[in-house]
Write a new protein. Structure first.
Length: 113
């Protein structure tokens, strides 16, 4: 994720948003809000129901958010926020959405619809 963010910001300085492809509730309005919130914050995060996140946005590459992170567990968002607070970086949390990581997530989504 960091490499993708760094590459894009080197090619086109400004703001970058990275999202998952397994977020059925992600829409144009949320992406627009993410870009708007980056004007006042260092980082924008879209929390996922499973404790991770479905979107992260930034204006400059922030490598420490990705280094030595234990991925695919319910503490990813919490650990990310803890790291941001420790470095005194501003952040904004978007609407919480579900992502589809496995068959149970898909079944739960069907019940929500």
């Amino acid at each position: 994720m960091y490499n993708a963010i760094e590459f894009v910001l080197k090619e086109v300085p400004g703001k970058v948003i990275l999202t998952g492809v397994d977020i059925p509730g992600l829409d144009f309005q949320i992406i627009t809000e993410a870009f708007e919130r980056l004007s006042q914050n260092d980082i924008v995060i879209g929390p996922a129901n499973d404790g991770g996140y479905y979107l992260i946005g930034m204006k400059t590459p922030v490598k420490f958010l990705f280094e030595n992170m234990q991925w695919s567990n319910e503490n990813v968002l919490k650990n990310t926020i803890d790291r941001l607070k420790k470095e005194k970086m501003s952040f904004y949390l978007l609407e919480k959405l579900c992502d589809i990581d496995n068959a149970d997530d898909l079944k739960n989504l069907k019940h929500e619809l």
